[in-house]
Ligand binder design. Structure first.
Ligand code: AMP
Ligand code: ZN
Ligand code: FE
Ligand code: FE
Length: 288
């Protein structure tokens, strides 16, 4: 069955499935996106494209355009940074090797997180976090869920605030490649590197300008301007960064699970004027 679409494209280029730390599996995610009127969707799981084949099949049935996507973890000057890759060749051998190394990095990090949190005396923390991740490598949200279950903290947000967030004992950065390197992986696979959710790094304006300039020098081509839960001040600030560095503008919900009304598939704040949309530069351009 094909769901009729609004002729105006509804574009969401950032979201997660159970292939990383999302709550919906690829079929459920695509179905929800279709229900919400999304016409063009990029699934951007953390450091993996394992959900894409199933999502592609589901998208074909529901008449949605699926753009290849991934969200890569890296470091820049001791900050953990997320770079979204869009519209790359998902069969590129070097890219697949890089993703396999990222998966090893994630396992190494998961073991380090479990070691660092051993003082909490949660039995089988790594095993339980792995089970929470469906047997795949656990991310910080999976550890957070186990810590809630074990009544170490009342809520996931507390787990990040006390134990897993930036600068806390369970925040391990040592495992990630440099920003330049992940940008090069994406470019070499024919994709577009997008600096994800710039305001989430809690950097000063000066530092964020430095990051954006370095990202651009490394070969990054786009920046997420419209992101869920962002103030209008932040939207304007990031739009200005995009203009200043002549970066293409991207948008996405960063949807992880249903039930958070401020973060829903296809719910995107209108992009400020004067920016060049990243989707005009896909191999099959959208809306031009
Ligand atoms: P990881 O890639 O394992 O480091 O996990 C990153 C993910 O953790 C993000 O995509 C969010 O889903 C989640 N996350 C990061 N910070 C917080 C926070 N303060 N509260 C809740 N979830 C968070
Ligand atoms: Zn996530
Ligand atoms: Fe992210
Ligand atoms: Fe994300």
């Amino acid at each position: 069955m094909t769901i009729p679409q609004d002729p105006k494209p509804c574009i969401d280029l950032h979201c997660h499935t159970t292939a990383s730390d999302g709550a919906l599996d690829p079929e459920q995610l695509v179905a929800r996106a279709a229900e919400r009127g999304v016409s063009h969707l990029a699934i951007t799981d953390h450091d993996t494209i394992d959900g894409l084949a199933r999502a592609r099949a589901a998208s074909a049935v529901l008449g949605l355009e699926l753009i290849n996507g991934v969200e890569l973890s890296c470091v820049w000057r001791s900050h953990t940074i997320h770079v979204v890759g869009l519209d790359f060749d998902h069969a590129n051998g070097d890219f697949l090797e890089a993703l396999a190394r990222q998966n090893d990095n994630r396992w190494q990090r998961a073991r380090l997180i479990a070691d660092k949190l051993h003082k909490l005396k949660v039995d089988n923390l790594l095993e339980r976090a792995t089970a929470m991740a469906g047997g795949d490598v656990p991310g910080r949200p999976h550890f957070a869920q186990v810590l809630v279950e074990a009544e170490v903290v009342p809520k996931v947000a507390h787990a990040f605030k006390r134990l897993l967030g930036a600068g806390k004992p369970g925040d391990v950065k040592a495992c990630w490649p440099e920003l330049d390197e992940v940008v090069q992986w994406i470019n070499a696979a024919g994709g577009i590197a997008v600096l994800a959710h710039p305001r989430k790094y809690r950097m000063t304006a000066t530092r964020l300008r430095d990051l954006t300039a370095d990202f651009r020098r490394a070969g990054g081509r786009a920046i997420e301007v419209s992101v869920s839960g962002q103030s209008s001040g932040d939207l304007g600030f990031v739009a200005e960064l995009a203009r200043r560095e002549q970066l293409l503008a991207s948008q996405g919900s960063d949807f992880h699970f249903p039930g958070a009304p401020w973060c829903e598939l296809g719910k995107i704040v209108k992009m400020p004027e004067g920016l060049e949309p990243v989707w005009h530069h896909f191999r099959q351009p959208v809306g031009v």
